[in-house]
Design a protein around this ligand. Structure first.
Ligand SMILES: C[S@@+](CC[C@H](N)C(=O)[O-])C[C@H]1O[C@@H](n2cnc3c(N)ncnc32)[C@H](O)[C@@H]1O
Length: 241
């Protein structure tokens, strides 16, 4: 299942990178604003970008003065990253984030993981390893699709306005196929599983966000105003102590 999952990312890599050029697509702008707020000043910090994809965010961190290690297990994603997003303060490595990470204990000030954790079958190992490689104190900042709502379709009212979602089987772990850029796998687990893994790894949640689009984005795309009713993303900052 692990190999299968990453093969899909190899296949969709070019389309994914084109669709989210420089993190400027509508959805990325929602969660990245919260991620940046929680990251704060990264200058001089050792940052691990876990599941870096095409590297646009890794290179942004490097441009802000961070010393960045960016890892992904997709050969194709890393090829794009090296081609598009080179920076002298940025190193790319191929590594499976569901296994042991080949970094020393307490090496990083910050671990960031954007839109990674619902794409991997095992978050316990990843969160345990994240806690191990983080300094004490250190920060783990991650964005995920909102586990409560993501897999439920919108329901419209009599005026065809997206108003509601029906939630079913929320508490059941399961794998679903998605088809945004081609086939990828989505590992659903309830929010409590994320919290439990952080707790077990000795980290505590210091910030929790359910970000919505900034008003200027909705002025450009008024048809997307339903994002103000039900959040699409969760962004969390956890502290290692
Ligand atoms: C939705 S993309 C997010 C990429 C990037 N962080 C961004 O914000 O655009 C998920 C990334 O996780 C990577 N990935 C999935 N499973 C992985 C694993 N087991 N180990 C390392 N990377 C993995 C994929 O190759 C893909 O690049």
């Amino acid at each position: 299942m692990k190999a299968d999952s990453i093969n899909h990312w190899d296949i969709v890599a070019e389309k994914y990178s084109a669709a989210n050029h420089q993190g400027k697509n509508f959805h990325a702008r929602i969660y990245l604003a919260a991620v940046k707020e929680l990251l704060g000043d990264v200058a001089g910090k050792h940052v691990l970008d876990a599941g870096c994809g095409d590297g646009f965010f890794s290179s942004e961190l490097a441009r802000k003065g961070a010393i960045v290690t960016a890892i992904d297990n997709s050969y194709m994603m890393l090829n794009i990253a090296k081609r598009k997003h080179f920076h002298s303060n940025l190193q790319y490595h191929k590594m499976d984030l569901t296994g042991k990470l080949t970094f020393e204990n307490e090496f990083f000030d910050i671990v960031v993981a954007n839109m990674l954790m619902m794409d991997i079958p095992d978050i316990e190992s990843f969160i345990f390893e994240t806690a191990r490689v983080l300094k004490k104190p250190g920060y783990f900042i991650f964005s995920i699709t909102h586990p409560c709502f993501f897999l439920s379709d919108w329901e419209e009212d009599e005026n065809n306005i997206k108003m509601y979602k029906k939630i079913g089987n929320y508490l059941d772990d399961r794998v679903e196929e998605l088809n945004f850029w081609g086939k990828t796998l989505h590992y659903h687990r309830p929010l409590s599983k994320y919290m439990a893994a952080l707790e077990k790894a000795g980290m505590y949640v210091s910030s929790f966000r359910e970000p919505v689009p900034p008003e200027e984005l909705i002025e450009l795309y008024p048809e997307q105003e339903y994002h103000y009713r039900i959040p699409s993303f969760v962004v969390i900052r956890a502290k290692s102590i």
